[in-house]
Design a protein around this ligand. Sequence first.
Ligand code: ADP
Ligand code: MG
Length: 319
Amino acid sequence: PALINRIAAGEVIERPTSVIKELLENSLDAQASEIHVTVRGGGQSLMRVQDNGHGMNEEDLILSVQRHTTSKLAHSDLWNIHTFGFRGEALASITSISKTTLTSKTKDQPHGWSLHSEGGSLEALKPARCELGTCIEIRDLFFATPARLKFLRSPAQEYRHLNGCLERFLLLNPQVQFFLHLDEKQKVFKATSLEHRIKAVLNVAVLEGFWLEETVHDIHITGWASLPGAHRRQADRIFLYVNQRPVDDRMMIHTIRSAYHDLIPKDRYPWAILFLTIPYVDVDVNVHPAKTQVRFKSPQDIRAALLTTLRKVLFEQGK
Ligand code: ADP
Ligand code: MG
């Protein structure tokens, strides 16, 4: 099983940031309202995610690191069918290629338990002193897969990926408090509204943007976008979510920029945080679940909906 897990890990865990993504998703699934993320050395030497979610008991802990065990019911929507292949695989994969310590406590237990694994071989459970919730600590990622280790990028490059990933989580979950410790840098994001969370992520005192909410046919769009005068130097301040999942989509980004094309200077970019809700049947299910790419059945409808919505609001703002 260790070998199979390592092969699966190659699919799910491309880089340190993939680990953080999986751990954060689990913490949020466990209803955490407070999450600490610690990363050292770009994630290769240490990654730790600690949450105050519902936790795991002894039995859950053992099960959590086994392949294809998930405590989560599969949803019946199409979007989730293609994630199904990876259900219950993340922790098994991660533990198979690293030195992992899981510590957890549920509200029904007098004390917590801790489970250590090296390259997938488990040590005996030990009682642990801890608060309600789960702490997962990963050291020496890829130590068991030297080929992957060789292809690791520099810590600086990994932190760029990591920041992108963290920003996506921050914006999707403003109601959750995040403590980030990346090497020497520490940052706290208090639980707040979306508007205030956007200010914190964009690092601005005033949000020079507008709220929008629009339905075009069966595409529902909500979120915030910059006022024409509030353009940025950075091109990467457009955050997109489709059915609550972060997506990277050139077509959508291009469409948003083009809505602003005659309103801002050529070398400047709009910012936007937009949440699209579209029927599951209109999203191609045949896309890699660990990636953030998406394929729409009819991209032209998405493009038209985005453009109509933005142009309408921008026109009203301009009056
Ligand atoms: P999945 O999330 O698809 O179920 P994972 O491998 O990511 O698969 O996790 C396996 C199981 O471990 C989860 O179903 C959950 O029961 C448990 N688990 C993992 N992380 C946490 C956490 N932070 N808090 C509570 N339970 C967790
Ligand atoms: Mg998971």
